[in-house]
Design a protein around this ligand. Structure first.
Ligand SMILES: NC(=O)c1ccc[n+]([C@@H]2O[C@H](COP(=O)([O-])OP(=O)(O)OC[C@H]3O[C@@H](n4cnc5c(N)ncnc54)[C@H](OP(=O)(O)O)[C@@H]3O)[C@@H](O)[C@H]2O)c1
Length: 257
């Protein structure tokens, strides 16, 4: 990781992605920030360029649409930019009873959390292979380790991210490309608010998660689990945790009598 490198971060307009952008900027990396909220990205880009004298490009795009990854890749190529570090951070999670949830929500989660992430990893890793150098940080979750009743599709997407990323870590390492999976637990972001978790006493600050991720990435870690409580959580028996998730999410989904 050199400080002339360029980092592409999806979902950089808020939460963990925004904090990751700040950490990389602090270490003088150039940035490509992607999300749907162009105005938020522009404000952040101006702030980071002023403070750190780096180059920041912004790309406003909905990554839950079919073909979004290819479109984003082509935008980057058109600007003649090289991505040294790809951060697949954008993700969405809906809570609720699976059979009652609109299928469009399941599809949005599958498309953004799995398909776009997979396609971006493929497209950018091919470029990294040519240069024999690169890093990829994929956002999974402590939810990657257990089934999640009442948040089933989301947890399953994150199980995919962990399995997929750990597997390609082995494939890409000989090309000097490191694939790191970040597995945060509850973190105080818009995402956590939507999932009703921001008040959890265990919820971490997103800047702490981002700093831990940066250090782990620098040290070529395969999997990063920020926070002691989360490290313990993922080692508990899967059935026990899944039952805890069931009770907690059932209440949130308003299905508790
Ligand atoms: N917070 C937690 O408790 C927690 C725990 C474990 C894992 N995670 C994971 O951490 C990652 C970041 O989440 P966060 O907690 O930081 O949530 P957040 O504050 O809601 O941020 C999500 C980011 O993703 C972007 N995004 C959402 N849908 C998008 C779309 N269709 N196209 C492009 N960008 C999109 C959002 O930007 P726009 O709305 O501007 O598009 C935003 O920048 C996610 O992958 C999430 O699953 C979060």
């Amino acid at each position: 990781m050199n400080n002339t490198d360029t980092v592409l971060i999806t979902g950089a307009s808020s939460g963990i992605g925004r904090e990751l952008a700040k950490v990389f900027a602090l270490h003088s990396y150039n940035l490509i920030l992607v999300s749907r909220s162009t105005e938020k990205l522009r404000k952040l880009a101006n702030q980071l360029m002023d403070e750190h004298k780096i180059r920041v490009d912004i790309i406003g795009q909905d990554l839950s649409k079919i073909g979004a990854a290819k479109k984003l890749f082509e935008s980057v190529m058109d600007r003649n930019l090289e991505v040294d570090i790809l951060v697949n951070n954008a993700g969405i999670g809906y809570v609720g009873l699976f059979n009652e949830m609109e299928v469009e929500k399941d599809i949005e989660m599958l498309q953004l959390n799995i398909i776009t992430l997979t396609e971006l990893t493929k497209l950018f890793s091919r470029e990294m292979i040519k240069r024999k150098k690169g890093k990829i940080l994929n956002l999974a979750s402590t939810g990657s380790f257990v089934p999640g009743p009442f948040i089933a599709t989301y947890y399953a997407t994150k199980a995919y991210v962990l399995s997929f990323s750990k597997a390609i870590y082995k494939e890409l390492k000989p090309y000097n490309i490191i694939v790191t999976t970040l597995c945060p637990g509850a973190t105080k972001t818009n995402f956590a608010k939507a999932a009703g978790r921001e008040n959890s006493s265990l919820a971490m600050e997103p800047n702490k998660v981002a700093k831990t991720a940066y250090i782990g990435l620098k040290n070529n870690k395969r999997v990063i689990i920020p926070g002691l409580a989360n490290k313990i959580l993922v080692r508990l028996p899967s059935n026990l945790v899944s039952n805890m998730v069931f009770k907690y999410q059932k209440k949130l989904a308003g299905k508790e009598k």
